[in-house]
Structure formats: C-alpha cells, structure tokens
Design a protein around this ligand. Structure first.
Ligand code: SF4
Length: 330
C-alpha cells in the first residue's frame, strides 16, 4: 500500500491462543454433549495505525474473533492485550474504560441502529454515558462535527435511521464508533451488506479516518478483494484457525496455503489477459463440532496427502512475517 506502513513499535492489540468453544446442550438436564470450536487457538498482533484483514468463508470464526476482542462474546481461553492491559481479566470498570478505545462497526446498518433513536441520540449516546460533554449544545456541536467528518450533512441531526440509505446508515455507525476517539475499531463485515459502489466509498472513508486519527482496524470480511484494498496484512481463517498470515502484497503475490490459493482464484483480476485458474473447492466446510483430524482442510484440499488426514501440519515461514500451516514441501 502507498500510505506509510505503521508496522513498527509495540503492538496495540496482542491476541494469543484465543479460543471460543460454544457448548452444545441436549436433553431435559441441558447436559453439555459437545463443543462447537468456533475459534481454536488463534494468535496475532495489530500495531498502531495498522489494519489487519481477517478473511474466510462464513462460519469460519472470524466474527467471533472480532467480538471476543471486545468481550462482546466471552472467550473460553487465551489472552487479549490492549496497550499491555489484559482485556480478559479487566473488571467491569476497566472494561468500560477500555471500550472507549476499542469500538466496533457492525455488518448490518439496518439492524445495528435503534430505529427509535435520532441520529443525535445514536451518535451522542457514548459521549453522554462517558460524560464527555458538559452541555446539550456542546453535545450537539460534537455530533454535527462527527456527521461532517463521515460526510453526512449535519442538518440530518434530528432524523431517524429509516430516513437514510444503507450507505448513510453505515456512516452513522462509523460516526458512533468514532465519537469516543478510539484507537482501535473492529469492522465486522462493515461493508458486506452494501452495494459495490457504496462499499468503495465507505472503505475510502475508513482509510481516510485511519490516516487522520492513526486508527487501527481489524477488518473482518469474506471478500478478499475488499480486504486487499484496506489491509496492511491479511490473516486467512478456516474452521476456527488461522491458516496463513502475511503482508497483503505477499499474500496476493505468493499465497502458500492451498485454501488461500483457492480463495484468491475466485478474486477477479484487473487484467483480463492475465488468466488465473479457478480452484473450485469440493464439499462443504466440515462441522466445527467435530473438525477433521490432522489438517482441518484435508477433506476439501485439492492436493491433500495421506499424512494430512492424521498429522497436524506444522507452522512454516515463507518470508518475514509470512506464515502458514501445511505439510506441502516437507
Ligand atoms: Fe492440503 Fe495437506 Fe496442506 Fe492441509 S496440510 S492444506 S490437506 S496439503
């Protein structure tokens, strides 16, 4: 990417061995009979000003990762640190303070805004709760400023969500996330519900805001082409695990994991003469209740070998910061 890379210094967010298992209960006694391994031993870091894209098919656990970082879902195990503070051990008061710096933008701009609240109430809620403004007129001024910043006309301040288009609602969601001046935002499929032309506008806005305020993003999406535009690095998830992580350019130029190669083969190329062979994966993603032994991708991998069915693949390095898990080339 052309903007300055901020990948130096201490991580802002550090995630290690994160797990989230959802119990499956049955019978009158609601006994736990199995566990859905939605997130299974995930580790990564995000530096100040950096955007990490997190991609994978629906159900791979990427949304659960994003929400676990903010403890909107309580993780089962692992560590999450934000500016060296242990998020998972934070008390209620500490968590409230942490959440000023850690915000989220949801996928569905129709469902994530309370239809009975005006734009002023939606965007101003956090400012009011955290007592960050001292008068109603100061609150209104701040909300107008935020509307202007996300390129919405401040005259809309007293309107309600149903009076806006999907793209405009997502801008309201972004203004709400920005209101507390956070350092880190989880963008949870934040543009997936929007038309392609609107997606590009919202992504450009998110990039402008990142550069202006030095924000860091975890950008969760199922679409690799969307992630490519905004991310400095990309992590690819499959069945609750990260199977490959690399700088965006390295991942697109030389993907190492067969799953990443398959995902990339479906991304349209700008130059129609540069043919890329489409890799169509057979079968469905296996159930995270009972993931396959060995390599979890072996049931769909076009180049699977005998040992893939029994042996967990090792973590390999393909270059600086480029890692993947696979038995190929051993
Ligand atoms: Fe395919 Fe085997 Fe590599 Fe898994 S370990 S991705 S099954 S080649």
């Amino acid at each position: 990417m052309s903007d300055p890379y901020y990948g130096n210094g201490q991580p802002l967010v550090g995630v290690s061995h994160l797990k989230k298992y959802f119990p499956v209960r049955k019978g009158v006694m609601r006994r736990v009979v199995a566990q859905v391994k939605a997130v299974d031993d995930v580790s990564f870091e995000i530096k100040p000003g950096e955007t990490l894209g997190l991609v994978g098919e629906s159900g791979c656990g990427k949304t659960t990762v994003g929400r676990s970082l903010l403890r909107l879902i309580e993780p089962s195990d692992g560590h999450v640190e934000f500016e060296n503070v242990d998020v998972l051990k934070a008390s209620k008061g500490d968590l409230r303070r942490l959440r000023r710096n850690m915000q989220i933008i949801f996928q569905d701009p129709y469902a994530s805004l309370n239809p009975r609240m005006s734009v002023l109430e939606i965007i101003g809620e956090g400012l009011r709760v955290h007592k960050l403004t001292s008068s109603t007129s100061e609150l209104e001024d701040r909300v107008r400023e935020l509307l202007d910043r996300v390129k919405l006309d401040p005259v809309y301040i007293n309107r309600y969500p149903h009076e806006f288009s999907g793209g405009q609602r997502q801008r309201i969601g972004i203004a709400r996330a920005l209101s507390l001046k956070p350092k880190f935002i989880v963008c949870d499929e934040a543009v997936s519900a929007l038309d392609v032309s609107i997606q590009a506008q919202v992504i450009n806005l998110l990039m402008d805001l990142r550069d202006e305020f030095g924000l860091s993003y975890l950008f969760v999406a199922h679409d690799l082409s969307v992630v490519r535009h905004i991310s400095h690095r990309v992590a690819v998830m499959y069945l609750g695990k990260i199977v490959e992580i690399a700088d965006t350019e390295a991942l697109f130029a030389s993907p190492m994991h067969p799953y990443t190669r398959a995902l990339l083969s479906a991304v349209p190329v700008a130059n129609p003469t540069a043919k890329r062979e489409r890799i169509v994966l057979q079968g469905d993603v296996p159930s995270p209740i009972n993931p396959p032994p060995g390599c979890p991708f072996h049931t769909r991998c076009p180049v699977a070998m005998a040992k893939c069915k029994t042996e967990v693949p090792p973590l390999k390095e393909a270059g600086s910061g480029h890692t993947y898990t696979c038995h190929l080339d051993e």
